[in-house]
Design a protein around this ligand. Structure first.
Ligand SMILES: Nc1nc2c(c(=O)[nH]1)N[C@H]1C(S)=C(S)[C@@H](COP(=O)(O)O)O[C@H]1N2
Ligand SMILES: [Mo]
Length: 363
């Protein structure tokens, strides 16, 4: 067992803050990711919070501000379970960094994405108890951790539109995969915002604020934004570029592993695909000749409406060096762009280009 109860073969990008992703092959074959394999993304220390003294305040534009203990949360509201995929908006950033460097950002490969069963209470029910005003267009979350390397120092935070917050899909969760939520994943309680970039699923949540405008947290106002390619993120004013909210259409190959030696002839290729909110993965295509010819993959039934689709296809490989490519389509008939180059952006978010692995096939 490695750091923070993760498997030994995690790729640890940084030990502090702890940023780690599993080998892609470890995600394959598990519609629900085992907790020891689930990626971990942190901007600061991982706080250890005593569940008995933890309190959640619900404040801002509400009629009745609340201060809830864990026991209050668990006894006053109905429990609910959602299977949801979390994906970091920086997933697959490494391929963007190969186009042009992105200093100071984590070079995620394709496994900063995982799926779990989350149990808690609906944010909608907690908000209803506080009575938000009609002016509360955004619901902001504040965590208990201190992000490192940003000025001024501040906790991690972010917000979602009130419509999403009251949709019934968003959870305040204390269980993950039918066990207590691990410290590294936000214990005692984290937010789960299915269908949104992982950054909005705030861990160690301590405060929920109903407000007129999106969160002024660094992580909402300056980070997690797609800036125009020529913008300098160091001097861009708050609110520059496009704020990330809903997750993107994306896919990646999980097996065979990059660089592996395989046998000539039929080979099984597996991977995942995700679609944005209000859309579903409609089809995944796999090519063994750089996209000239495609084969339609078989898709597994996802473990829930907010979960990824795992897929598989058998391709026939000639001898020599081969490149396997995958691309997904969604129910609006949109598909992924071919190359990362035109997607390059200064903070390196949302690389949704075709996924490739390179193999050597021999008899
Ligand atoms: N408090 C807090 N919440 C956080 C973060 C963080 O650093 N601090 N990271 C966010 C980001 S960017 C992602 S992608 C997800 C990762 O969740 P995980 O570590 O459980 O995989 O948590 C989000 N919630
Ligand atoms: Mo993230």
């Amino acid at each position: 067992m490695g750091a923070w109860n993760k498997r030994d073969d995690m790729l640890i990008h940084t030990a502090e803050p702890f940023n780690a992703e599993p080998p892609p092959a470890a995600l394959a074959g598990h519609p629900i990711t085992p907790t020891d394999t689930f990626y971990s993304r942190n901007h600061g220390n991982i706080p250890r919070i005593d569940p008995a003294s933890w309190r959640l305040s619900v404040d801002g534009l509400v009629e009745r501000p609340l201060e809830l203990s864990l026991a209050d949360l668990q006894s006053r509201f109905e429990h609910h379970t959602v299977v949801a995929t979390l994906a970091c908006a920086g997933n697959r950033r490494g391929e963007l960094m190969a186009v042009r460097d992105i200093p100071g950002q984590t070079p995620w490969r394709s496994a900063a994405i995982s799926t779990a069963r989350w149990t808690g209470v609906r944010l909608r029910d907690v908000l209803a108890a506080a009575g938000p005003s009609g002016e509360a267009h955004h619901i902001a979350f504040t965590g208990a951790d201190r992000a490192t390397g940003i000025d001024p120092a501040q906790p991690f935070g972010g917000s979602i539109p009130a419509d999403k917050a009251t949709s019934g899909d968003v959870l305040l969760a204390w269980r993950m995969n039918d066990e207590p939520l691990p410290v590294a994943h936000g214990a005692p309680v984290r937010v789960i915002v299915p269908g949104y970039v992982g950054a909005r699923s705030v861990k160690w949540v301590e405060r929920i604020t109903a407000q007129r405008h999106p969160s002024s947290s660094y992580f909402q106002a300056l980070d997690y934004r797609v800036l125009p390619a020529e913008t300098d993120p160091g001097t861009a004013p708050a609110g520059s570029g496009l704020s990330l909210s809903v997750a993107a259409l994306n896919s990646a190959i999980l097996t065979p592993s990059e660089g592996s030696h395989v046998l000539v002839g039929p080979n099984l290729v597996t991977g995942y695909a995700t679609a944005g909110e209000h859309r579903a993965v409609a089809r995944v295509d796999v090519s063994a000749d750089g996209g000239k010819n495609w084969r339609v993959a078989d898709m597994e039934h996802p473990p829930g409406p907010w979960a990824w689709v795992l897929w598989r296809a058998t391709v026939n490989l000639p001898p020599g060096r081969v490149e396997i490519t995958a691309r997904a389509w969604d129910t609006s008939a949109a598909t992924q762009p071919e190359h990362p180059e035109p997607l390059w952006n200064p903070l390196g978010y949302l690389n949704t280009s075709w996924s490739n692995v390179h193999l050597i096939a021999a008899l």
